[in-house]
Design a protein around this ligand. Structure first.
Ligand code: DQA
Length: 144
């Protein structure tokens, strides 16, 4: 049976490929979405994609779609380091989540080293760029 996955991207990731490309890569959010979509299609899986700059909207989306989904791939972006609300949201759903960061958050500014939301996830993947999302999907494939 094809699995159903939520792919959630947090604040500023709508600017991917336009800013700080040395850190986050050249791909736009549309490119990233297309790469993930192709992977899902190859598996016969379905995805619902969401990007938002607001913490509450991210939580609303996860809550509304959690019953539909078998798993979550999330890059909460800067909210990773601050959001107990997204942590609680990920804890409250019955499906596994994998957190992804394009950049290597462990070797940048001190304030990025800790991910609160990652504590509610099966795994945190960081520093692999866009490939990290595929790695996360492969992880979910093993878990599900
Ligand atoms: C990020 C890392 C975060 O620290 C940062 O705030 C982002 C992107 C990443 O994908 O590397 O917005 O989540």
């Amino acid at each position: 049976m094809g699995k159903k996955i939520l792919i959630v991207n947090g604040p500023n990731l709508n600017f991917l490929g336009r800013k700080e490309m040395a850190i986050y890569g050249e791909e736009s959010l549309a490119d990233l979405t297309a790469i993930i979509y192709d992977w899902l299609a190859e598996q016969g899986w379905e995805g619902r994609f969401f990007q938002n700059n607001s913490e509450g909207e991210i939580i609303n989306f996860i809550q509304k779609n959690a019953e539909w989904a078998d798993g979550v791939v999330i890059n909460p972006a800067a909210y990773s380091h601050t959001s107990i609300a997204i942590y609680d949201c990920l804890k409250s759903i019955r499906v596994p989540a994998i957190e992804v960061h394009l950049s290597d958050i462990y070797h940048r500014e001190e304030f990025r080293r800790n991910s609160l939301t990652g504590l509610a996830c099966e795994k945190v993947i960081a520093g692999l760029g866009v490939r990290g999302y595929i790695e996360a999907l492969n992880n979910l494939k093993q878990i599900l």
